[in-house]
Ligand binder design. Structure first.
Ligand SMILES: *Cc1c(COP(=O)(O)O)cnc(C)c1O
Length: 373
């Protein structure tokens, strides 16, 4: 079934923008630094397989995912580039990682032993990356407890090849670089102690989208770029990135109403004067957040109009002044550019007191994706 032939609500992903953003990052990298394109969460909502292909064409050499399942889907699509599972692997995920030739992140001995056993049972070798917690405070071997025993464990577990050591920054987009510097210094200490033991694996990586642009000193052997790949700003001053996603719909119903007409559940909006009200078939079940009720704007024919009343599960209402030329069937830009005007993911994020990551990963599976460029 061609879902784009139904309800006129869809997301358009420009793969040319993805390639542009990869080249933007590659041109900023230190010589010899590889780029991992992070395509977890279905490529931040953009479609993991097409994005991964575009990123590899433009110069990325690694792919990063959060779950073994996500890596398996890339392999089933025929992608052969190295793939690292960035998160912890649970249960059956370890077997899947072995099966599909994914590299895994480890930071506890039990998981390391399980990975080794799963690999040996299948006659395979699995690449592992040791994660060190230098101050994110979520997962990883705490930097001050990273010791010779770990090196020993990694070296003596059958079935695993020690391929990398990594950490993750908590605050690389913060105007004050102090905490990132502290985390990086801790990471360098760990690297130095490995070097002294002549146990340094080939891939040393820590920089995310923000750090890769702001702190070139942190590039080491690889950077892991997610947000910037999609053209979203990892910090406000980031430049040279082109957003890849446009989220579109159409006016499906239009009516003229008088002053004092109430709109939507809870009657949170009353027209201050006679008005045209346009209905657009998108709602919170599509990821068009209820928090955008009476806050977000859309573009029609290049002009901004407010979303009025509550966002429903499947519909929103847009207020258009009487006399403005709007017709049933007109395209509505929910996110992205139209005739020079733009609704950014950052703007929508702010309107819901969240971040652009949550806006784009929030587009639900109900919204068909169309890839171009
Ligand atoms: C998601 C993720 C990234 C990418 O982060 P961005 O801020 O989107 O660039 C990098 N490293 C790890 C471990 C991640 O989980």
């Amino acid at each position: 079934m061609d879902k784009t032939a139904g309800r006129p609500t869809w997301a358009e992903v420009n793969l040319g923008a993805i390639r542009h953003n990869v080249r933007r990052y590659v041109s900023a990298l230190s010589p010899g630094t590889a780029l991992m394109a992070v395509v977890k969460a279905d490529g931040y909502g953009h479609g993991a397989v097409p994005v991964a292909r575009a990123a590899l064409e433009a110069g990325a050499t690694w792919l990063g995912v959060a779950l073994a399942e996500e890596g398996a889907a890339l392999r089933e699509a025929g992608i052969t580039a190295p793939i690292l599972v960035l998160g912890q692997s649970y249960g059956q995920q370890i077997a899947w990682a072995v099966e599909y030739g994914l590299e895994v992140t480890v930071f506890d001995r039990e998981t390391l032993a399980e990975v080794g056993e799963a690999a040996v049972a299948r006659g395979r070798l699995v690449g592992v990356h040791l994660k060190i917690d230098t101050g994110m405070g979520r997962v990883g071997v705490p930097w001050e407890r990273f010791d010779a025993e770990w090196v020993q464990a990694l070296g003596s577990t059958s079935g695993v090849v020690w391929r990398g050591v990594m950490t993750h920054f908590a605050d690389a987009d913060h105007p004050d670089p102090g905490y990132t510097r502290l985390q990086f210094a801790r990471f360098l200490d760990a690297i130095e102690s490995l070097r002294r033991r002549q146990a340094l694996p080939p891939w040393l990586h820590c920089a995310n989208s923000a750090a890769a642009l702001r702190f070139p000193g942190t590039h080491l052997s690889m950077v892991r770029v997610g947000l910037g790949l999609y053209g979203l700003k990892p910090y406000p001053a980031a430049d040279g990135l082109v957003p890849a996603l446009r989220w579109l719909s159409r006016v499906v119903f239009l009516k003229q109403v008088g002053e004092g007409f109430s709109v939507g559940y809870g009657r949170t909006y009353h027209t201050p004067s006679p008005m045209q009200l346009a209905t657009v078939p998108v709602g919170y079940a599509d990821g068009y957040r209820r928090a955008w009720s009476n806050r977000a704007h859309v573009l029609i024919r290049g002009r901004r109009y407010p979303v009025v009343g509550r966002v429903s599960m499947d519909q929103i209402t847009v207020a258009v002044p009487v006399g403005d030329p709007v017709a049933v069937g007109d395209p509505v830009t929910l996110l992205g550019e139209d005739e020079g005007a733009v609704i950014t993911a950052e703007e929508l994020a702010e309107a819901a007191q969240t971040i652009a990551y949550e806006v784009v990963t929030g587009l639900s599976a109900r919204v068909p994706r169309v890839w171009c460029g």
